[in-house]
Design a protein. Structure first.
Length: 301
């Protein structure tokens, strides 16, 4: 009797090192949100965010495994290599954030007042959340571009940094809306414009790479990305100078945290978070600019 599988199924999608990592991602992700939903519990925006991360990553991972195992990804109008590399990096960042937030806000050593059973479920969920981050990071490590290898742009250091830059920008936006008083001065409004512009363009670069539409553009995509990255470095340098001056200089703001500022609702705290991640993104764009000089872009992989 002839095998009905043959060329129709790609067993390497689940037996290769990357495939094994994805199976573990699916297993750990399902276990994590099942433990939380069954008994661990979650509440408020922090808990909802964690549940979204675990369910979203689980759903996309199942989709990727199914498409690769059945070769259905060849029917999609996506640059599959760029899509999987971008998602792996995004899932790594999201899962490590959830792995820190959930135990920070929901795990305690004492049984009172939640009960020992709930505490144990939350501890177990935190452990599997940490394992989930590790296996997503492992996929990024396994699929990253090797020296001299022709690969998808999103698998290169520059491509992976684009995802991190956008993620850091989201953290900045979250702090901005948390009563950061960014509209107080025109200078701080300029900083918001810098964060927004760089975020939008970075997302557009990722979107064109993932959809495989870079070859259809009438201008050289790779050169434009390098020029944009250089411009983003200059813009972030201006924000890295302006934001701390207008938030922490005694002439415009406060160099120290006000004593009567409520925890979690203090504009000074949000301003500090924005300042820190402004410098983080500036460093990311500088590294991105350095690496973008050394890569070759491939639109369809």
């Amino acid at each position: 009797m002839e095998s009905t599988g043959g060329p129709y199924l790609n067993t390497a999608a689940v037996t290769s090192p990357v495939g094994t990592a994805r199976l573990l991602q699916m297993t750990f992700g399902c276990t994590t949100f099942s433990l939380v939903a069954h008994q661990g519990g979650f509440s408020a925006a922090y808990g909802t965010f964690c549940m979204f991360v675990w369910t979203f990553c689980f759903a996309v991972t199942v989709f990727i495994i199914a498409c690769e195992f059945t070769h259905l990804h060849s029917c999609l109008s996506l640059s599959w290599g760029n899509f999987t590399a971008a998602f792996a990096m995004l899932a790594t960042l999201m899962s490590v954030t959830a792995a820190v937030i959930y135990p920070l806000y929901f795990v305690q050593l004492d049984c009172y007042p939640i009960g020992c059973e709930v505490r144990d479920f939350r501890i177990a969920a935190s452990v599997f959340a940490g394992l989930l981050f590790i296996v997503y990071a492992a996929e990024v490590f396994l699929t990253r571009a090797k020296p001299g290898q022709v690969t998808s742009y999103m698998a290169t250091v520059s491509g992976l940094l684009k995802i991190v830059q956008a993620f850091v920008a989201c953290i900045i936006f979250g702090a901005l809306v948390n009563d950061s008083q960014h509209g107080k001065y025109v200078a701080t409004q300029w900083c918001v414009a810098v964060y927004s512009f760089c975020f939008v363009v970075t997302v557009v670069v990722v979107a064109f790479s993932v959809t495989g539409k870079t070859a259809l553009l009438w201008f050289p995509f790779e050169r434009s990305v390098v020029i944009y990255t250089f411009g983003a470095v200059l813009l972030y340098v201006s924000a890295a100078v302006i934001w701390p001056v207008f938030c922490f200089d005694s002439k415009y703001g406060s160099p120290r945290r006000p004593g009567l500022c409520a925890k979690g609702r203090c504009p000074w705290d949000s301003q500090l978070v924005i300042a820190i991640f402004t410098y983080v993104n500036l460093l990311l764009y500088v590294v991105d600019l350095a690496y973008s000089q050394r890569i070759r872009f491939v639109s369809h992989l």
